[in-house]
Design a protein around this ligand. Structure first.
Ligand code: HEM
Length: 187
């Protein structure tokens, strides 16, 4: 994969993913849409009826240590598995207090206190993930998070999200929307 990879998520009335649930966890929600389309590259054709459109970049890791990268690499699986008929799209914004912290303090909250990476590892390879950074683009969210999994792993994914939301890191989240998706049959 070439980095950075530009990605656009669009909520509309048609698309390869049907939105099965939309929950505003904190802060302002998103306008209603029934479907979601994910396009790589900002030149991808735009749908004219998009209710909303969010851009992100797959970029370098900010906090991951070499040993953690190796642990993830040993178990994680990529997007697009045929068994991943379900997905979650969770855009997230963090408070100004978070961004005012020095890098090593943010790392300490994310991992040493909140165990984000260690908790996440427990749910691999069932859940495939991709993190998109949006803050530098001046977008309404700082991160666009994307997860794919199969029907047997819905409960595990809900548990994962619950554990992360209970962590110190999430005290810094001031906008979060949780969209659940189901792959629409291909023609
Ligand atoms: C599936 C298991 C998961 C794993 C293995 C995982 C792993 C990671 C890792 C390694 C990073 C740091 C990347 C870096 O160094 O910059 C990260 C960041 C992030 N993850 Fe997760 N994660 C998982 C699940 C989740 C879930 C379910 C959510 C949302 C509900 C989430 C939201 C985020 C966000 C917003 C960031 C960016 C944090 C920041 O830079 O301040 N992750 N994740």
């Amino acid at each position: 994969m070439t980095t950075p990879l530009n990605v656009v998520f669009r909520g509309a009335s048609t698309g390869p993913w049907a939105i099965t649930a939309a929950t505003t966890v904190v802060g302002e929600g998103l306008p209603a849409a029934t479907h979601l389309a994910v396009s790589e590259g900002w030149d991808a054709p735009t749908s004219t009826d998009a209710a909303w459109s969010l851009r992100g970049v797959v970029s370098y890791d900010r906090y991951l240590r070499t040993d953690e990268k190796a642990s993830l690499g040993a178990v994680q699986e990529g997007l697009g598995r045929p068994s991943s008929t379900l997905a979650a799209f969770i855009p997230i914004r963090k408070k100004a207090e978070w961004w005012a912290l020095p890098h090593q303090e943010r790392r300490a909250i994310l991992e040493e206190s909140s165990r984000h990476i260690r908790i996440g590892l427990e749910y691999l390879p069932a859940v495939a993930r991709r993190l998109h950074h949006s803050r530098e683009l001046g977008e309404p969210f700082d991160f666009l998070t994307w997860f794919e999994f199969g029907p047997a792993d819905v409960a595990a994914f809900d548990e994962l999200v619950g554990r992360l939301r209970a962590s110190e890191e999430w005290a810094y989240v001031d906008r979060e929307v949780d969209l659940r998706l189901s792959a629409t049959p291909t023609a």
